[in-house]
Design a protein around this ligand. Structure first.
Ligand code: TXA
Ligand code: MG
Length: 322
């Protein structure tokens, strides 16, 4: 069973485990990550094993600084500009993998590109001390909701990993935005913690959207982030026995009869809603309701990423990709 150690006391224990090729759950500003040394194949294999994740789904390599990033990936001018503007922070950049980077091929699932991110806080400090990049997917069983607290990680993965570094609730609450620059134009592969509009301002052009050929980001597969309960989005009413996930000051009809009710943000604040999203979904799932009705949430700013995660959580599970 995993030990749970507060972040301000966990640095040495985490370093010892990572140097030994073990995996450690760590807080980042977005969600908790399940981290292992990205240059150590055994460590990376342990990440996939603990998550029950298909091997072809590539991982993000987390770096401490730009020099480390440039040793791993090849940065075009726009990718560098985005890194300078948004790092450390909730943006992941997909760039060509540099020859001799030392990254174990399991991390990229054999792709010629690599997803790179510079996290804030404990993760950044840990990577700088380790002197090596950390591969880290979100710290949850594959296909389940990402964890935004140390306890959530421990209850999901605790039996399969040695250490959870507890940094409290993650400030952003949603995974990073993933962008890939193609011929000087940035493509949005996954909406996330940096709103698309902020990236467009720096890029000076609208983001390209939609996938190119093949699965570019398997996390974009339809059913993902799935709670046990079924989900109904844009609900304007609540049926008996259903749980209700609210947003803003106005309630869906019949909300008083909901089996459980939580509000993402009473004030209608999308940042607050992002922070609460996964924890509220988990809590409503635990209420035992068979269906979670979700009130409409606007698509602007972080609303794009929130609606993206909700749509995946609501997608049919008959062909779940876990
Ligand atoms: O905020 C985050 O991004 C969190 C924290 C822990 O950093 N991490 C996270 O990792 O969400 P994960 O593995 O759950 O999602 C990473 C996504 C996956 O959908 C994966 O397919 C995509 O990144 N990805 C990784 N490498 C890629 C590549 N070379 N090209 C395109 N997509 C890639
Ligand atoms: Mg994930």
């Amino acid at each position: 069973m995993a030990e749970l150690i507060a972040a301000d006391k966990a640095l040495e224990a985490a370093l010892t485990l990572l140097r030994a090729g073990e995996v450690v759950a760590i807080p980042t500003e977005t969600v908790y990550g399940l981290a292992g040394d990205a240059t150590n194949g055994e460590a990376v294999a342990r990440i996939f094993e603990a998550k029950g994740r298909p091997r072809f789904n590539p991982l993000i390599a987390h770096v401490a600084d730009m020099a480390m990033a440039e040793r791993i990936g090849v940065f075009d001018p726009l990718s560098r500009k985005l890194a300078e503007k948004f790092w450390p922070g909730p943006l992941t950049l997909v760039v060509p993998l540099r020859a001799g980077s030392g990254i174990h091929p399991l991390v990229t699932a054999g792709l010629e590109t690599i997803a790179l991110r510079m996290p804030k806080g404990f993760g950044g400090t840990l990577i700088a001390r380790l002197g090596r990049p950390l591969a880290a997917p979100s710290a949850n069983s594959s296909g389940k909701i990402s964890s935004t607290s140390g306890e959530a990680v421990a209850s999901d993965l605790g039996a399969r990993i040695p250490l959870v570094v507890d940094g409290g609730a993650t400030p952003v609450g949603l995974e990073s935005t993933i962008v890939k620059v193609e011929d000087g134009r940035a493509r949005l592969l996954r909406p996330g913690g940096v709103p698309a509009g902020e990236i467009e301002q720096v890029a000076g052009a609208p983001l390209l959207r939609g996938m190119t050929a093949g699965i570019e980001a398997p996390g974009m597969l339809a059913s993902h982030y799935a709670p046990g309960a079924a989900m109904r989005l844009n609900a304007d009413s609540v049926g008996e026995g259903e749980a209700l996930l609210g947003f803003g000051p106005y309630r869906a009809d019949g909300w008083q009869q909901a089996r459980a009710f939580l509000n993402l943000s009473e004030a209608g604040d999308l940042r607050e809603a992002a922070t609460n999203l996964f924890a509220h979904l988990q809590a409503l799932d635990r209420s035992g309701a068979e269906l979670i009705a979700v009130e409409p949430i606007p698509f602007d700013e972080l609303g794009e990423a929130i609606n993206d995660r909700l749509a995946r959580a609501a997608a049919p599970r008959d062909n779940p990709h876990v």
